[in-house]
Write a protein that binds this ligand. Structure first.
Ligand code: NAP
Ligand code: HSE
Length: 441
């Protein structure tokens, strides 16, 4: 049986997980793919650091260049994170014609288009299953299993850390910062916490899924993103009372063309934002570090992919799947069966966020006095925005009370304008909150 040598660049949470899993299931994989896999190099930044996994001294180094250039290295796995050194690692390996596996969604979001191009020029491949939704095989599902579908709707919970934080805030009313610290201890969070909580990590993943599903490269700056920092337990409680949960939802949906629109190009809504979803929807039951991707294809119909979205073992499982694919390419004399990304649509664009039409939840903090509601309703009526329901807990005249308005479909632009006017009313006591509502129709 042929032996293939793997260089793991980065021996942190995911790198250690891959090493452990290969030790545990290496012979099983060999039997299944027809090649023995040997970890020939693990490179780290600091060789003396205490680690949960003990790598043999003979394979550990700090010299990633030597590990990649080693003529015996067949497959390179980039697991250091970040976008500068990681880019150099991936480029160097691809230029040598070696298949590369990465879990680095930030790198791919920023430089994926040119890296896929470089892989093609060097007749090799760049695999990235672990970069989206941890252990869920969503990349493979979209590029292989569902290749015969046009994707009419894709909705996802794509960040394990945010879902873990929202779940704990909802279940125990725990403060945001405490739960984030726990997510960091468990190895779910990115080195830079803002990537998770401000929605950027989910945005990177959403761009990768959208590009794959719709065949044009979706640049990160075209994606609307909002994180969960501003979500309060008060919003979670009001949402629950109204029959909703708040989740950080990625939306990738082609827009039915508006007859009034002069836009010539088909458009796709690509966004990531906290969203109220009905408690009865399947995505509402996705808790903790779990992720899920709901995919509706014109041939297959509705499908749902569910699993752990972050963490050592789940992510390692996705890396192993890519190592198997890269091994099969090599055993096949480098002929790649299905390219990991193929651009196939030139005439498509991302729908500008201001044009997105949605239902909304609005939370105001207002003075409980006669005429308050009339003033707010007047602003909304003049903007052509309809209210579908109103909730105000019983207050005391003259005191400040929360006021919740559920809003019928409205464009984001008109909502933002109305919200600005409402925030200037003397009866409104703190900045209004507005959260999208999705009924998945
Ligand atoms: P991590 O625990 O911080 O590990 C990073 C590793 O890279 C460490 O071993 C570090 O060395 C090493 N490293 C950093 N710079 C290096 C350099 N210049 N040369 C050699 N080694 C270097 O990160 P992680 O959580 O494993 O994440 C790795 C990648 O996987 C990231 O792109 C992340 O977004 C992605 N990812 C993570 C998860 C997850 O649940 N953690 C899930 C999916 C995808 P030292 O150990 O010596 O510091
Ligand atoms: N920080 C990421 C998350 C890791 O929490 O989802 C998995 O990509």
């Amino acid at each position: 049986m042929r032996q293939l040598n793997v260089a793991i660049i980065g021996g942190g949470t995911v790198g250690s997980g891959v090493y452990k899993a290969l030790r545990r299931n290496g012979s099983l994989m060999a039997a299944r793919i027809g090649a023995r896999l040997r970890v020939k190099h693990v490179t780290v930044r600091n060789k003396r650091k205490a680690r949960s996994v003990r790598f043999p001294a003979s394979i550990v180094s700090t010299d990633w260049k030597a590990a990649i250039n080693d003529p015996k290295t067949d497959i390179v796995v980039e697991l250091i994170g970040g976008t500068s050194t990681a880019r150099k690692i991936v480029e160097q390996a691809l230029k040598l014609g070696k298949p590369v596996i990465t879990a680095n969604k930030a790198l791919l979001s920023e430089h994926g288009e040119s890296l896929f191009q470089l892989a093609a020029e060097n007749k090799t491949s760049l695999y990235y299953e672990a970069s989206v939704a941890g252990g869920i095989p969503i990349i493979k599902a979209l590029r292989e299993s569902l290749v015969g579908n046009q994707f009419t709707q894709i909705y996802g919970i794509l960040n394990g850390t945010c879902n873990y934080i929202l779940t704990r805030m909802e279940a125990d009313g725990e403060p945001f910062e405490d739960v984030l610290a726990d997510a960091q201890k468990m190895g779910y969070a990115e080195a830079e916490a803002s990537l998770d909580v401000d929605g950027f990590d989910a945005m990177h993943k959403t761009g990768l899924i959208a590009s794959l599903a719709h065949g044009f490269w979706v640049r990160p700056d075209a994606i609307h993103v909002e994180g969960i920092r501003e979500i309060s337990t008060l919003d979670i409680e009001f949402a629950a009372a109204l029959g909703y949960k708040i989740k950080l939802i990625a939306t990738i949906c082609p827009v039915t063309r508006n007859k009034r629109s002069k836009k010539a190009l088909p458009q796709v809504q690509v966004s990531v934002c906290p969203t109220l979803i009905p408690q009865s929807h399947v995505l509402a039951s996705v808790s903790g570090v779990f992720n899920a991707v709901y995919v509706n294809g014109d041939v297959v119909g509705e499908t749902l992919f569910y699993g752990q979205g972050a963490g050592q073992d789940a992510t390692a499982s996705a890396v192993l799947s890519d190592i198997a694919d890269a091994s099969l390419d090599l055993l096949n004399h480098q002929s790649i069966r299905v390219a990991p990304f193929v651009a196939h649509t030139e005439d498509c664009e991302v729908l500008p966020w201001e044009e997105v039409v949605s239902e909304y939840y609005m939370r105001l903090s207002v003075t409980d006095q006669p005429g308050t509601m009339a003033k707010i309703a007047d602003v909304l009526a003049k903007a052509g925005i309809g209210i579908s329901s109103i909730v105000q807990p019983e207050g005391h005249e003259g005191k400040t009370v929360p006021l919740i308005l559920m809003i019928h479909d409205a464009s984001t632009a008109s909502m933002q304008k109305a919200l600005k006017q409402i925030s200037r009313l003397s009866v409104v006591k703190s900045p209004p909150r507005m959260i999208r509502v999705e009924h998945f129709q």
